[in-house]
Design a protein around this ligand. Structure first.
Ligand SMILES: Cc1cc2nc3c(=O)[nH]c(=O)nc-3n(C[C@H](O)[C@H](O)[C@H](O)COP(=O)(O)OP(=O)(O)OC[C@H]3O[C@@H](n4cnc5c(N)ncnc54)[C@H](O)[C@@H]3O)c2cc1C
Length: 359
């Protein structure tokens, strides 16, 4: 929420004047409306007259929307007011029409894109966010998403050099040639890529569900620790009866076992470690079981049918690779090779058919 006065000051930096009605500068702007051909009852304090052909039409729309102000960027047509830049004549016309219908009119130069204007307006009015320079929203993703929801189309926000800044979450009906995946980290780092592979292990569904991946992935947690040995062990030992694996590691033995279905982020359960020791101890001599170091628990990403999830999601350019259960280390390299083939050729390799994430 801001005053019209503040908006006028900021938009002034983009060459957008307020035409007439100086007394309206103290009006508060709490909401922004965009014309909607299917909804005649759109209302808001500020109307963005996107798609209008003339200042007169924009002012009429604004009056119907009970808007205190309208932002118009007239396009040059044979019937419209010529306004490649807001000429004195256009400003006079806007002022007169605004006076007639009680609407403050802001006329933008056609050299300023709607993307820029909308970014500034939404940031100021809806999010009350200003950057150090006093303009613009800091969350362009939210802006793109909310615009996309409003107009039911894909939205791309670019800078003045036509470099893509962000895309809306939905890219349906978007331009495939210009499609990129934009990734924003929790810390705000933004990366743009032609394709993205989600490989977040047992946490995969949290991200991938929104793109149609419904197969659950559960944490089959395994425990591991390292213990000293009296004599170095020459090779790995697997104890099938008790399902414990031991691998030579730095003159000791790295021991792993247990399949515990529990929240992946839950703390270790000491009894599980005790159970591994109790089952393996009678089978091996010269192992110092009480001198355990490097104790950890990790989640194996398990799917109900035991098959991994490798391939495309519903969203273009977003893929997943996960759900390998007990075999993620062994099967990681071939997964990477086949998935990169899928991504670069656009064809699913036959070997991946059974692992389709949308099954
Ligand atoms: C004790 C034990 C022994 C094992 N031994 C073997 C073995 O001998 N051979 C074998 O093939 N496999 C083994 N496995 C299984 C193997 O470890 C897993 O199959 C493999 O790690 C799965 O790989 P992943 O990349 O899918 O998931 P992970 O290795 O779990 O990696 C996922 C990563 O994504 C990160 N992440 C999650 N969410 C986000 C997010 N939103 N943003 C950014 N990052 C995120 C996580 O922090 C994690 O680092 C063992 C597992 C255990 C527990």
């Amino acid at each position: 929420m801001i005053t019209l006065d503040r908006l006028v000051n900021v938009l002034g930096g983009y060459g957008v004047p307020l035409c007439g009605r100086p007394e309206t500068r103290s009006a508060w702007l709490r909401s922004v409306a965009v014309p909607d051909a299917t909804d005649r009852h759109v209302t808001g304090d500020l109307l963005l007259a996107v798609g209008t052909s003339s200042i007169a039409e924009a002012v009429r729309w604004a009056a119907a929307a009970h808007a205190a102000a309208v932002l118009v960027r007239p396009v040059e047509t044979s019937t419209a007011t010529p306004c490649a830049s807001p000429s004195a004549a256009a400003e006079r016309e806007a002022a007169a029409l605004g006076d007639q219908l009680g609407v403050a009119v802001l006329v933008a130069d056609s050299a300023v894109s709607w993307s820029q204007l909308v970014g500034v307006v939404y940031g100021l009015v809806l999010e009350s966010r200003e950057t150090a320079s006093g303009r613009g929203p800091t969350d362009l993703f939210a802006l793109a998403d909310s615009l996309a929801d409003t107009i039911s189309r894909a939205v791309t926000i670019e800078d003045r050099h036509s470099r893509v800044l962000v895309y809306s979450r939905s890219q349906q009906a978007g331009d495939p040639a210009g499609r990129k995946v934009i990734v924003r980290s929790g810390k705000g780092t933004v990366l743009s890529a032609d394709a993205v592979v989600l490989a977040t292990g047992v946490w995969l569904p949290r991200l991938a569900r929104q793109w149609g991946v419904r197969v659950p992935v559960r944490a089959g947690r395994g425990y591991s620790f390292t213990v000293p040995v009296d004599h170095p062990v020459p090779g790995p030992i697997y104890l099938p009866d008790v399902r414990v694996a031991c691998t030579p590691y730095r003159n000791g033995l790295r021991v792993a076992g247990t399949m515990e279905f529990r929240d992946p982020d839950a703390p270790q359960v000491p009894a599980r470690l005790g159970a591994i020791v109790a089952s393996a101890q009678p089978l091996l001599r010269g192992v110092h079981w009480d001198e355990r170091t490097d104790v950890w628990v990790g989640p194996r990403p398990i799917t109900p049918d035991g098959r991994p999830l490798i391939g495309a999601t519903k969203a273009p350019s977003i893929y997943v690779a996960g759900g390998h259960g007990m075999w993620g280390l062994a099967h990681g390299p071939i997964t990477g090779r086949l998935l990169s083939e899928h991504i670069t050729t656009g064809k699913q390799p036959t070997a991946l058919a059974d692992f389709a994430p949308l099954r």
